[in-house]
Design a protein around this ligand. Structure first.
Ligand code: GLY
Length: 402
């Protein structure tokens, strides 16, 4: 009897080791595939010569399939440096760190750019991620200045940071759901400087958005326009979604990621409840396909003609991994969902190999369907959040192992 028990124990242990071993092999294989695919990205600074252009940040492909590079003022400029920092974190290889440092510093002058709300999108993946790795004091000073610039767009009466200055004929004071992502820069500055002004502005923006951007089912509007005289809501509509009353997929992903991050920074339980409510809404969306990569708007159903948005899926995967750490009740659901999304995004259907699409990792993202712009293409921020999700998955797997 004792012998049988020992044998069974041996079999279970052997299977567990074998499973971990397989997991490690497939993880290492994936990192090799990612490394190989990214090696096809043209070495931009060498290829173009920096004196001739300031457009050095890859964003997407043009309709004719050429690499579309943007300048530092573009909202996506921080994601390529972010991809490079993630690669350094995943591999520990110095070549990634050197490149990351180079592209990060190219963004420095953005610290004074107060022309829109995008400072968090630009500075967190670049200087923020770089600071975690290097503790470089120069990065710290740039991040603090960026936060100071961002808060100049806050209005006390409205309780929000103004997102855009364009389309003045359409909106007086537009605030978009994406803006939650920029608050991470302010929470960072609060923790580093101890200056509560950053916390108060971020917290107020988060509360105002929670009050005005969400429907009863916890889906989110894209744009809420405010009256700067009275602080009241004037209209709720969309810019990148299918309809004012529909749920633009990436907007829902920003909401999920946003409130998860805000809970991490504040530990205020109302934000955890909000993140879980948004998660619950997303998980019960009837149009969410089996592979968890949604169409560009949740209200659309026609999978034959409408493009998907892999970037929304990548943002959701990363957010679900983080949220799983804060929710004992739904931990498994969130981890399983995030794992499923990553499995889909790492499959042939969504992942480019052998240099296809110029070295971008993911295919099938959609920038703005209503503007007929960036439809069913690779997007640099899809790659960034995919890698962030992979890093979060690795961390969770390592914790389970230990
Ligand atoms: N923040 C812009 C976008 O998600 O397209």
């Amino acid at each position: 009897m004792r012998r049988i028990t020992l044998l069974m124990l041996f079999v279970v242990l052997f299977q567990a080791c074998h499973f971990q071993q397989n997991k490690k092999v497939s993880h290492d294989k994936l990192i090799n595939t990612i490394t190989e695919q990214l090696s096809y990205f043209p070495e931009i600074k060498d290829t173009l010569g920096l004196k001739n252009t300031s457009r050095i940040f890859p964003r997407t492909l043009t309709p004719s399939g050429k690499l579309h590079l943007v300048g530092k003022r573009d909202w996506t400029s921080g994601f390529y440096p972010g991809v490079l920092w993630s690669m350094y974190n995943l591999t520990g290889e110095n070549q990634w760190k050197e490149k990351a440092e180079y592209y990060t510093l190219e963004l420095e002058s953005e610290k004074f750019n107060a022309s829109n709300h995008d400072l968090g999108f630009k500075m967190i993946p670049s200087f923020g991620e770089g600071y975690k790795v290097t503790k470089n004091e120069k990065y710290k000073a740039i991040l603090i200045q960026s936060a100071k610039t961002l808060i100049t767009r806050f209005d006390e009466k409205i309780g929000c940071i103004r997102s855009w200055d364009h389309n003045k004929d359409k909106w007086d004071y537009p605030v978009i759901i994406d803006n939650l992502m920029n608050l991470e820069l302010l929470f960072w500055a609060w923790k580093e400087t101890g200056d509560s002004v950053f916390y108060n502005i971020a917290n107020t923006h988060a509360k105002t958005t929670m009050k005005n951007h969400f429907r009863n089912d916890y889906s989110s509007y894209h744009v809420v326009d405010y009256n700067p005289e009275t602080g009241e809501v004037v209209s709720k509509n969309t810019h990148q979604g299918y309809a004012d009353e529909s749920s633009w997929s990436r907007g829902q992903a920003w909401a999920l990621y946003g409130y998860t991050m805000i809970y991490r920074e504040t530990k205020d339980p109302v934000y955890l409840t909000q993140a879980e409510n948004v998660a619950n809404y997303i998980l019960n969306i009837a149009t969410l396909p089996e592979d968890y990569v949604p169409l560009w708007d949740f209200d659309l159903k026609d999978f034959k003609t409408e493009p998907r948005d892999a970037s929304a899926a990548a943002v959701m995967a990363s957010a679900f991994f983080e949220l799983s750490a804060y929710s004992s009740q739904n931990k498994d659901t969130y981890v399983n969902t995030a794992n499923n999304i990553l499995t889909s995004l790492s499959s042939k259907k969504y992942f480019n190999t052998k240099g296809a699409n110029k070295g971008f990792l993911l295919k099938h993202s959609t920038g703005s369907k209503p503007k007929d712009s960036e439809i069913d293409v690779p997007l640099i921020y899809a790659d960034y959040y995919y890698l962030e999700a992979l890093l979060r998955q690795t961390k969770i797997n390592n914790q389970t192992k230990n």
